[in-house]
Ligand binder design. Structure first.
Ligand code: ZN
Length: 150
């Protein structure tokens, strides 16, 4: 049995207690909303994309510590990066969180350093919580897709 200490690493608790980039952004920021019915997690992600760069990102919502801390860590990992780079980070993270092939043939950059996000790797041992960890990321993808259509 994996221990709870794997699930609630100190860095995860820190981001849960003190979320980074929490709040909202006004238009022209675009936003998307995600919901994980398995756990009741709700996340709204706001992004501003300028010249192909995610210049600002915020999130709000409520839910378990995994969903909130994963999204908080995500915002610190992607802010200021190009959309191409952000998509690579998203793929790398989602690849870490699942052993299944998601059908996307884009190669995953295994060398990409996820930094603090690797604390979430322990969540893989708790399959029902994987959706908690990936909720903010899927919501970010929705927001990025929405922003590319404006
Ligand atoms: Zn959850």
């Amino acid at each position: 049995m994996p221990g709870l200490e794997d699930l609630y690493r100190e860095i995860i608790l820190d981001h849960y207690r003190t979320p980074r980039n929490r709040g909202e952004l006004d238009p022209p920021a675009v936003s998307a909303e995600g919901y994980n019915p398995l756990c009741g997690d709700e996340i709204r992600v706001f992004v501003i994309v300028e010249n192909g760069v995610v210049s600002d990102v915020r999130f709000n919502g409520s839910g378990c510590s995994i969903s909130q801390s994963s999204t908080s860590m995500m915002t610190t990992a992607i802010k200021g990066k190009s959309v191409d780079q952000v998509r690579k980070v998203v793929r790398r993270f989602k690849h870490m969180m699942t052993l299944d092939d998601d059908g996307d043939s884009t190669p995953v950059d295994e060398s990409l350093n996820l930094g603090d996000l690797e604390a979430l790797q322990g969540v893989v041992k708790f399959p029902v919580r994987i959706k908690c960890a990936t909720l903010g990321w899927n919501t970010l993808l929705d927001a990025l897709n929405a922003s590319s259509h404006t």
